[in-house]
Design a protein around this ligand. Structure first.
Ligand SMILES: Cc1cc2nc3c(=O)[nH]c(=O)nc-3n(C[C@H](O)[C@H](O)[C@H](O)COP(=O)(O)OP(=O)(O)OC[C@H]3O[C@@H](n4cnc5c(N)ncnc54)[C@H](O)[C@@H]3O)c2cc1C
Length: 379
């Protein structure tokens, strides 16, 4: 079994498969998986409850969301629960990799997948490491290689077509005033079709913006956005630790994501909420589901792969796809202000509350025991 991509989806499926006793080769083009992380890393309560991610991989809990209109009216939403925690993604990736390696997985870093051809025993992966070609046999290939998937292309599975791009700075030295809060800004110019955000997790500040690439210059928008919130946050001693960014597929989970020689996971499968652009919960959930059905498939269950069904999951995203289309089409500041004023009134306020704090599921729920796979491995 080969897994292409050591992001959250690939690392989690490698851990889950190898702990089931299956032989796994994990491959990533990065030399160091803890570097060039492209996600803010906000985990929602549902993920934190279902998967016990170790504490040392998480920032402080966030219970509050402040939502801002373009004119900077504020809607403050609070929850009695710990709703979000920002992952220390480098540490989490290292932790999951270690678990996979301890269970027998093999990891090849700095290794690029260049192509896949069919063979009598499954597939030959055309891998390349430091300019050296390394053809490798695999009975089954898992494409966890992100939003623009080479595995999808090579296995003629479906590919993502609709993206937004996100860019953010991770800063240290910004004082936290009050409790940790997720600040969300509706900014049609600086974040067309999405949002800009500031989240302070008690240690670091993530300041970012996202939107449709054709409608803005993301790096420039980030600078303007930072200046626009500089009266709200004290950046006088801020030091930039990293700039992160990348494409986020927002067209909904793809229909055609599995066949007899391989399947897609995480961003490669379009498994991202079209509305919130959150992909960490779907990545971890699908990885566990895939491990579960692959164990059955390799054990001889001829129907197991049929349950990995993108078409069925896609129907659960319909309302979020429509909300994405609606929100991205409203660009008039006056209309947005009117809509925002309505959000302060019931029942719209409850809708906003549910968008941020709701526990709506879109992906397969596994048996709690399987879902808690990480918990059992907590170090
Ligand atoms: C700026 C930004 C902020 C975000 N913030 C959040 C957030 O706060 N919360 C949330 O839930 N979601 C967030 N998302 C979305 C979320 O990060 C992704 O959905 C999630 O990280 C996808 O994980 P993945 O493992 O599927 O893919 P990735 O993390 O993209 O991993 C893919 C891996 O495959 C490797 N790879 C690709 N091609 C090849 C190849 N040919 N050969 C070898 N290796 C290859 C890459 O090096 C990479 O390591 C954000 C996205 C962005 C861009």
């Amino acid at each position: 079994m080969a897994v292409i991509g050591a992001g959250l989806a690939g690392l989690e499926v490698t851990r889950a498969l190898s702990q089931r006793g299956l032989s796994v080769l994990l491959v990533d083009r990065k030399a160091d998986i803890a570097r060039h992380v492209h996600t803010t890393g906000i985990f929602v309560r549902k993920t934190l409850e279902d998967f016990a991610i170790p504490d040392f991989c998480l920032g402080e809990a966030v219970k509050h969301v402040n939502l801002y209109s373009p004119a900077r009216q504020v809607l403050a939403l609070s929850s009695p629960h710990d709703e979000f925690r920002v992952g220390r993604m480098g540490k989490l990736y290292g932790h999951l990799l270690e678990q996979g390696l301890n269970a027998g997985a093999v990891f090849s870093n700095a290794t690029h997948l260049r192509g896949i051809s069919k063979s009598s025993r499954g597939s030959v992966l055309h891998l390349e490491r430091h300019g050296q070609s390394m053809p490798t046999q695999a009975r089954f290939v898992i494409g966890a290689d992100g939003a623009v998937s080479k595995v999808a292309q090579e296995l003629r599975l479906e590919q993502n077509k609709e993206f937004i791009i996100g860019v953010e700075d991770v800063l240290e030295g910004v004082p936290l005033v009050g409790e940790p809060c997720f600040h969300v800004y509706i900014e049609p110019k600086l974040a067309p079709g999405y949002i800009a955000w500031v989240v302070h997790d008690g240690e670091h500040v993530h300041l970012g913006t996202g939107g449709y690439a054709a409608q803005f210059d993301a790096a420039q928008a980030l600078e303007v956005f930072r200046a626009s919130v500089s009266t709200q946050f004290d950046f006088s001693k801020a030091k930039r630790l990293e700039r992160r960014g990348g494409r986020i597929p927002v067209g909904g989970v793809l229909k055609n994501i599995v066949h007899s020689r391989g399947l897609l996971l995480g961003d490669a499968a379009g498994a991202v909420s079209p509305l919130t652009a959150g992909g960490l919960d779907p990545a971890i959930r699908l990885a566990n589901f895939a491990a579960h059905i692959l164990e059955r498939h390799l054990g001889g269950d001829a129907t197991a792969l049929e349950t990995y069904n993108g078409s069925a999951w896609r129907t659960r995203f319909t309302s979020r796809l429509w909300m994405r289309r609606l929100l991205s089409s409203v660009t008039q500041p006056q209309l947005l202000e009117l809509g925002f004023a309505a959000l302060k009134l019931e029942p719209f306020k409850s809708v906003a509350w549910h968008v941020f704090f709701g526990r709506g599921g879109s992906f397969p729920e596994l048996e709690p025991k399987t879902n808690l796979a990480i918990a059992h491995q907590r170090s």
